[in-house]
Structure formats: structure tokens, C-alpha cells
Design a protein around this ligand. Sequence first.
Ligand code: SAM
Length: 215
Amino acid sequence: MRDKYKLVGPIYDWLSAFYSGKSIHKCKIAMLDRLQPGDKVLFAGVGHGRDAVYAAQRGAEVTVVDLSETMLKKFQANLVKEGVALNIRQVHSDIMKVEEEERYDMVVANFFLNVFHEDMMVRVLQHLIRLGKPGARVVVGDFSFPTGNVLSRLVKTLYWYGAVGFFWLFAGNAFHNIYNYPEWMKKLGLRIHEQKHYKLLLLNCYWSVLGEKPA
Ligand SMILES: C[S@@+](CC[C@H](N)C(=O)[O-])C[C@H]1O[C@@H](n2cnc3c(N)ncnc32)[C@H](O)[C@@H]1O
């Protein structure tokens, strides 16, 4: 299978820091302080995975899944860089082929669902919810749905199209408008617990949304 991140994978984290400063990283770890040692956490489409390393350092039992070998190599390099022995299970697979229903206390989709067209995004989100135990938390970190006055919505939308256009061109990701994740999470049966926003140039450009599956 073609590795869509062969070209941009090696510089993915650098690009995200260039585009957002520290905001994207802060968004990715926003809900992880809720983890208890021993909690089982799944990171879907983990990429370089500094968020997953952070979770493992807090004592969580971490599984990471990614379809791209390039991304998983960068993830392994990150682990080595941390210089600590962290026991993280790495799965090189399409997330839709991971059949571990009701196994996880928390499922994290950071900047992952945006790679899909909307109908597929909904199917992937549904699948991620299935992988959580009853009462599990499901975290989606991503570009936030544009709100505010006309100018603020315009700037946020243009900012998003800069990113989605780049990854459409260089990774073959879907090209689409910003998804309203909390709305989809609610439609799929999750209770929204909390939303944290992260700013770039005074605008709320990113959010981390914490949903809870019915117990
Ligand atoms: C935009 S990157 C986000 C990476 C990381 N979560 C982050 O926040 O930086 C999307 C990631 O999802 C992975 N991916 C795309 N489709 C996938 C699939 N069907 N199953 C598993 N991983 C997938 C890509 O290889 C890539 O690493």
C-alpha cells in the first residue's frame, strides 16, 4: 500500500509547529491529564505521537495505530529521543481493521479525522467509539469550527484551507470544509463533557473536544 506520508511525514511535526507555534501541541495533550495510571488509551493515526508519549509517561497503557510506515518510524525516533523505556504497543494498520471493541478507556483522534471525506469521517468516528469501553472518553483535537464575527470566520476558514490544501496536494488527503466535530460526536451518541480552545493570533483556531460514551 502506498505510504501517503512518505514526502511530508518526516517534517510533519516541524510543519505543525511552523503553522501554529505551540498551539497544536497544547491542543493535542489538552485532555490527557485526566488519565489515570493503567488506563488503556488508543491513539488513532498517531503520527509523530508526542501526545502518545506524554500519555505513556503518565502511566497509561498506550496503543498507537498508523497506516504510514514513515509516520511510525518518526514515532519510534521520538521514543528513542525521550530516552526512557516506555512500553507502547505500535500497530501498523488501517484503523478500520483494528477490531478491539470496548477495549479502551480513552480513544484519541488528534488531527486525524480531518484526513477523510465527511461520510468516511463519520464511519471512522463511529468505529473509534466502538473501540471504547462503555463510559469511555473519546477525544477529538483539530481545527475548530469557525465562529465569531465575519472577519474572524473568514480568517479561520482561510487558515484552514491553507492547511487542508497543502495536505491534499502532498499527502492526497480529502479537501473539504472544517467539520463540526462536537455536533457529529453528539449525533453518534456521545455526551460532550468539555471543549478547550487554543488560539493563534488571538483567534480560537483549534479545539480539543472530550466526549463520553454512555456507560
Ligand atoms: C494529519 S496526520 C495527524 C497525526 C497526529 N495524530 C498528529 O496529531 O500530529 C494523520 C495521520 O493519520 C494517519 N492515517 C491516515 N489514514 C489512516 C487510517 N485509515 N488508519 C490509520 N492511520 C491513518 C496518517 O498516516 C497520519 O499519520
